[in-house]
Ligand binder design. Structure first.
Ligand code: C2O
Ligand code: CU
Ligand code: CU
Length: 480
């Protein structure tokens, strides 16, 4: 027996004898609750908060993270655990926090018995670091992309992007958070104490078989819809909150479902950020529509409630989660009137207009009349170019489906108009995914700042999988 192995064995033995629970450090934390919950007719568990992944590079301005893509089982419903996938754990993944300017080294190890990839959704990086279908990680292999963060503070996320298995790998649990901070976001006074008053909410929907395993219906007409809404991997969880302002980073991580979030008492809240960062000003609203792939940051002020109140977050009248109001507590956070300066992309500088037609339903979906082909580049773009994209859907072929969430990799864009109308104020910030309703034309303006091959597609993952995707190549004319 090898000596190191022996030492390890003894170490494990000592830990076991000492009664230590050798926990996976990547597992999400469930905040300990001392409040008696029996009085509430709520079967949900305390909201799981994804752990912040440790940055193993001690130097300021540099960051290094390790992700392991794993399979396991997760207790989600009933008595039997659900076979599932996760990053550094059995379901979902950690939150990676980056600061603008950081030079980042990522290490991703694929411990699955099948290929995967890790796409940084919303991150502006070279095509080779994007993690799309051209950066597949074979079973047992590693991928070590490097990049420098150069975009405003934002809530991004990551998930697999392999041709043929993206949708099912996401369904089984592969999704994590990528949070970017910058000088501006740090000095605004917003709630930003991660896990305390700054909480990610990954929304998904899932169906289950009798034995607890996921039921993934691949033949759904418009993508896989689940019978249960999950938040951070649990059905209808609760979160205990003090009477303070809370910031929630909402990620629609569902394969196909749109959410229409409201507080059940119709209280207003602020939306402060869209996909690519802070809005210029907070938008006071009573509802948040969010389609697959999109993110929004909201601030709910719980100071008007009293101890013991229960506030429900709902979507189309279905329970998403509950907030249990605790005691009053000091709150030094603010929602400033001005959140960020957003550079407006100038329409007069655009070199032209491209049309994107999203068509069909089920497996019959197409983008500009054809299906995705890994060996075909659909568009060529010169580095730094600004383009206008006119995205349309053909309603006649959609059979009541509300629309398609359209996403572009490797950049953030701005919405110019919806059917000729100025977009709503919460859609005037940076976006990487825009919901295009049936029979609607959405005009966006986009600049490509990084070279390489990037996907654009419908973020209903079953549509993407069925071919509603194209790829563009951004070429740097000064390099060949
Ligand atoms: Cu969320 Cu092609 O990505
Ligand atoms: Cu993406
Ligand atoms: Cu679609």
């Amino acid at each position: 027996m090898n000596k190191n192995y022996l030492i390890l064995l003894i170490f494990v033995l000592i830990l076991t004898l000492a009664g230590c629970n050798i926990m996976n450090p990547g597992e999400p934390q469930r905040p300990q609750s001392d409040a008696g919950s029996d009085s509430l007719n709520d079967t949900g568990q305390a909201l799981l908060i994804p752990v912040l992944l440790e940055d193993t590079d001690p130097e300021v301005g540099r960051a290094e993270f390790t992700l392991r893509v794993q399979s396991g089982t997760t207790q989600i419903i009933g008595e039997q655990p659900t076979p599932s996938l996760g990053y550094n754990g059995s379901y979902l993944g950690p939150a990676i926090k980056l600061t603008r300017g950081d030079e980042v080294r990522m290490h991703v190890t694929n411990e699955l018995g099948e290929t995967t990839s890790v796409h940084w959704h919303g991150l502006e990086v070279e095509g080779t670091a994007d993690g799309g279908p051209h950066q597949v990680i074979a079973a047992g292999e590693s991928w070590n992309p490097t990049f420098t963060v150069n975009q405003p503070a934002a809530s991004l996320w990551f998930h697999p992007h392999v041709i043929g298995t993206t949708a099912i790998q996401v369904y089984y649990g592969l999704a994590g958070l990528l949070l970017i901070e910058d000088e501006n976001s740090k000095t605004l006074g917003l709630p930003d104490d991660y896990g305390i008053n700054d909480i990610p909410l990954v929304l998904q929907d899932r169906s289950f078989n009798q034995d607890g395993s996921f039921f993934y219906a691949t033949n759904m007409m418009d993508g896989a819809f689940g019978d249960y809404i999950l938040v951070n991997g649990d059905i209808a969880p609760y979160l205990e909150v003090s009477q303070v302002k809370m910031r929630f980073r909402v990620v629609n991580g569902a394969n196909a479902r749109n959410f229409y979030l409201e507080l059940a008492d119709r209280s207003a809240f602020y939306q402060i950020a869209s996909d690519g960062g802070l809005l210029e000003e907070p938008v006071l609203t009573q509802a948040l529509f969010i389609s697959p792939g999109e993110r929004a940051e909201i601030i709910v002020d719980f100071s008007k409630y009293k101890e013991g109140d229960v506030v429900e977050l709902i979507s189309d009248n279905a329970l998403v989660m509950t907030f249990r109001i605790g005691g009053a507590s000091e709150d030094n956070t603010v929602v400033p009137e001005r959140l960020a300066e957003i550079e407006r992309l100038d329409e007069r500088l655009a070199i032209g207009t491209k049309t994107i037609e999203l068509d069909g339903m089920g497996h019959m979906v197409t983008l500009n009349g054809r299906k995705f082909d890994m060996h075909r580049i659909d568009d060529n773009v010169t580095l730094g170019d600004i383009e206008i994209w006119e995205i349309t859907t053909t309603g006649a072929m959609m059979m009541g489906s509300p629309g398609h969430p359209f996403h572009i990799h490797g950049t953030q864009f701005q919405i110019l108009s919806r059917d000729g109308q100025e977009p709503a104020s919460n859609e005037q910030g940076w976006k990487d995914t825009v919901f295009v309703r049936a029979n609607e034309t959405v005009r966006i303006i986009v600049r490509f700042n990084y070279a390489g091959i990037f996907m654009y597609h419908c973020h209903i993952l079953e549509h993407e999988e069925a071919g509603m995707m194209g790829q563009l190549e951004v070429v740097n004319p000064f390099v060949n």
